[in-house]
Design a protein around this ligand. Sequence first.
Ligand SMILES: [Zn+2]
Ligand SMILES: [Zn+2]
Ligand SMILES: [Zn+2]
Length: 374
Amino acid sequence: MEKPVAGNYGTVNPVYGAAAMSTAPSAPPASMFDTVPGYEGTLAGGGGGYLPPPMPTVPMPMPEAPSQPDWQIPSLSEDRAQAAFRTYVSRKCCYSSAPVDEGVTTSMETFNTYRYRLETFTESRTSEWSNEPYTAQTVDAGVQPAPGPWQIATKPPTFFQDQKQTIKVPYTSSVKNCHTCLGMGRRPCTTCAGSGNKLCSWCKGTGLRQTNDRCMHCTGSGRENCSSCRGQGNCECATCRGKRQLLVYINVNVKWTTEKDNFVAQQSSGLTEQSLESVTGKQLFQDTQYMLYPVLGFPDVSVAKASDRFLKKHQAKYAQTSRVLQQRQTIELIPITKVNYMWKGKSYVYFVYGNECEVNAEDYPATCCCCSVM
Ligand SMILES: [Zn+2]
Ligand SMILES: [Zn+2]
Ligand SMILES: [Zn+2]
C-alpha cells in the first residue's frame, strides 16, 4: 500500500493546507456547544465549577442530642509498659538491652488524651462538555429538556467511602464536525510534516554510499518513505478516530468525598501531638447521623468545643458546594504512660502510647553511633 517515493519529495499534501498543519490537538471552539438550560457555563475538559445543589424542598430533620455516655478511662500496668519497652529496644538494630534489663522503674504517670474526629460525607457534582467519535450513537439533544444536574440518578453511595461516577446527561447529545481535522478524518503526519518522506537514514540524504556508489536503500534519491504514515503524509485523526464527526454531549461528574477534621486535646506529658498521629486509641464514643449535634457533657471541655467548632465549619464549608449525606463523630481515648527509670545512677524516661503500645525513648542511654544518625 506504500505510495512510491519518487515525485513526492518535500511537498506538503495539498489537501491538508498550512491552516490544518498545527500539530497540537486544539481545544474545541465554544461555538461547537449548544446552550443547555441548567448547564450554562459548562466547559470542555472540566473546570466549569461546581453545580450547587438546589435548596431542599422538605425541612431538614433536626439533629438529636444523644444521651450522655458513661466515660471510662483505663490505665496501663508496669508489666505491659516494660514489655512494650523491651520490644521497642529489640527492634532497634544496635541498642543494648542493658537499660531494659537493669533499669529500675521509679515512677509511672498517666497523661491520657482524647482525639475528636469529625467526618462529613459529601456529594458534589460538576459538568463538562465531552465528545467521542460518532459511530451512530443515539442523538437526542432537544428531544426534551435535559434533566437538571441534581435530578440525575446515581448509584447509591456507600457512606464514608470515596467514589466517583460519570454520567452522560440525557438529551444533550448532538453530532458535530470534528474540530481537530475539520471533518476530514485525517491529519497531516507530524513526523514528516505531511510530505510522506524523510531523509534516507542510510546515506543521510546524500544518495551515495561511503564508496561513492549509489545508495541502495533510497536508490540514490536521498529520501525514504516516512514510517509513521507509511508514506501517505497523513494519519488518522486521533480525536474522531477517522470518523470525521463527533458525538458531543454533557457529562456530569459525581464525586463522593469524606471530609475529615481531627482535634487532639492538649496534654502535658512532653510527647508531641505528631507522635500520636500514628496510633489509634480506645473508641469511647461514636455517633453517625445525617446531621450531628455537638458532643455534650464530655469531661474535657476542649473536646466539646472542637465538636461545636468543626460542625459549624463543615456546615459553612461543604453545604454550599456539595450535598452533605452523612456525618460521623468519634472520640478516642489515646493512652499515654510516661515511665521514669534509673540506670547506672542516672534517670531516664520513655513513653508508651496508643492501642499499639508505641514507644518513644529519645534519651535511651545505650544506643550506638550508627543509630543516632538515623
Ligand atoms: Zn539513501
Ligand atoms: Zn509521515
Ligand atoms: Zn477528526
